[in-house]
Design a protein. Structure first.
Length: 256
């Protein structure tokens, strides 16, 4: 099942590029810590994750975009902290996009909404066509500004609700693309039995597994369904059904 939508996460700045700095706090540290936590939260939701960096190394924004493009991922999510000319002037989250259309704009809004539930002010979605990581990526890309590093209130929220923030970003992404369990697009399975009794379903599944088929039991109240295969195309499911009929099974197609 390697067809789930994957995400590549980009921790802003790194190496000799500290990003914005305030009271000894460096943007590159906040972004890496948050990016790794978001990655774990996405994996927990069944979404494949890659990173442009997992350590304190420098990459140009053009290099980050290139890594994203070559990764095979379906979405590019860059994580930053916002800055302002004067401390404690602005507060909140905003998410940047190349242009305000399509699934990236939907993802940006979902992330902002989830972060506002954690306690950030939602400053909206902004178009930034000049940013290389948004302009040079050829997959849908967003750049999240997770609060202002120059604002004490935002930093306190960032630290005190860190895990909530990581999960909020993951939820905003999953709201848009679906989790790994749901998977994007339909899959076809072949059902060989429906049982009220779990042990009967288990027996039927074990018989099928012993014959070399692959499947599992799906509980749909009040029945236990024994379903085999998991295919992107109907043709593949038809082939499996033919083999099952040869072995004397009653079959039914199920589209998930």
């Amino acid at each position: 099942r390697n067809f789930m939508a994957g995400v590549i996460l980009d921790a802003g700045h790194g190496g000799y590029d500290n990003g914005a700095q305030f009271n000894g706090r460096r943007e590159k540290d906040d972004t890496l810590r948050l990016t790794l936590a978001v990655g774990q939260a996405l994996r927990d939701r069944g979404v494949p994750v890659q990173y442009t960096r997992q350590t304190d190394v420098y990459q140009s924004t053009i290099e980050q975009a290139r890594i994203g493009n070559e990764s095979g991922a379906d979405y590019f999510v860059s994580i930053h902290r916002n800055s302002s000319p004067l401390p404690n002037t602005y507060s909140g989250v905003e998410t940047l996009v190349y242009n305000d259309s399509g699934i990236k704009a939907e993802m940006a809004r979902n992330v902002n909404r989830r972060l506002s539930e954690v306690g950030f002010t939602d400053l909206g979605v902004k178009e930034r066509p000049g940013l290389a990581v948004l302009r040079r990526t050829n997959i849908p890309a967003i750049l999240i500004e997770a609060g202002f590093i120059y604002t004490v209130k935002d930093n306190e929220l960032f630290d005190s609700r860190f895990n909530y923030i990581a999960n909020a970003i993951a939820d905003g992404i999953v709201d848009t693309i679906g989790s790994g369990q749901q998977e994007l697009g339909s899959t076809y399975r072949v059902q060989i039995g429906l049982y009220r009794n779990f042990s009967n379903a288990q027996y039927a599944l074990n018989e099928a597994l012993a014959q070399g088929f692959d499947g599992d039991i799906v509980y749909e109240e009040p029945y236990y369904a024994v379903q085999l295969g998991d295919f992107r195309t109907l043709d593949e499911a038809v082939q499996l059904e033919y083999e099952l009929k040869q072995r004397g099974y009653d079959t039914l197609f199920v589209k998930k």
